[in-house]
Design a binder for this molecule. Sequence first.
Ligand code: ATP
Length: 365
Amino acid sequence: MSRSKEFEIGVLAGDGIGPEVSEATVEVLAEAAKRCGLGLRFVHALVGWKAREKFGNLLPDETMNALRKADAWIMGPTFAGEYPKDDHTKGHPSGYLRRTFKLFANIRPVQAWPQLDPLIPDLDITVLRENTEGFYPDRNLAWGYGEFKPTDDVALSLRVITGVACNRFARFAMEYASSSGVKRLHVVHKRTAMPQTEGLFIGAFEVLKPEFPDVELNLLRVDTFSSAFPRHHKEYRLVATTNLFGDILSDQASGLAGGVGLAASLNAGADHAMAQAVHGTAADIAGKGLANPAALILSAALLMRWLHQRTKVDAARAAAQMIEHAVGSAIRQGAVTTDLGGKATTAAFTKAVINELKSADALPV
Ligand code: ATP
């Protein structure tokens, strides 16, 4: 891991439009880093089909070793379910990476953009989602499957909630609230129906209150939140919740913001983080130079925020702010890719973002 201001960033291009959007993202990150005096070194590694062709599996040792050494990485889209399931990742390299590197928090900021024709034009919310346990039967048991059917008429689903996972996630969320400037953190739960599991989750936040006097905690039932959120969205800027609720609420927010076209996300742990756009491989336009790299670029900005949260290197936060600002300005100035109704190619959009970075005033570091 970097001890100085130089960070090592892994680049996993992935499949479909992955190589195009990750190349654009590296160009933008490199320019922002230059402008902010932030040292970034990029290390490319293979994942997905190209890795399988060269090394025989989707996530070869070479890639895992490179990622272990890196501070963080950006990952282009990989297929969802189309890979053969005969290697150690069982056809899900992204899930394997989340589990292996204990990337326990998923950060999903949702912002409305006019190009997406949003239902709520000024929507701006970030959902922090616990990423490792809960109601996901394929991954919540060490052996066996967390959903089963003892008789034809009875089906059971197990939800696993542990103190360890709640504690590390709650600390992450409190730190995120404290360093993000949005000091009110809504902890969304359903303790009324599931007092033991939800009680563990909520308790993990409450115990941290004295350590984070600047964070205002608000406990909120998931049903109350869901009905109030569309009308009173300005009150809810930052939400922390368990895995399944987070999955649903972040997609609900994306729907109100006009879809997942520009949706960024970060999977973060204590030692590593992985920036990933929400969209998939878009195989229909792969290799045509039409892919919109904005979601991965915005995910990379989240990665810079995470580096700042973890290391307190202010240049990383400055780079994040610059990138977010540059993407917004480029789109407002008319650099709009075809998926959003414009004509810009991947290269033209990337150039527009880089021009915005070049003309931006240097932010105080
Ligand atoms: P996967 O099976 O990998 O999830 P998918 O095609 O089912 O892929 P997406 O990749 O999200 O799902 O694509 C849905 C539609 O949105 C496709 O028509 C695709 O071309 C388009 N699309 C998705 N992401 C982008 C992008 N970054 N730029 C341009 N178009 C995109």
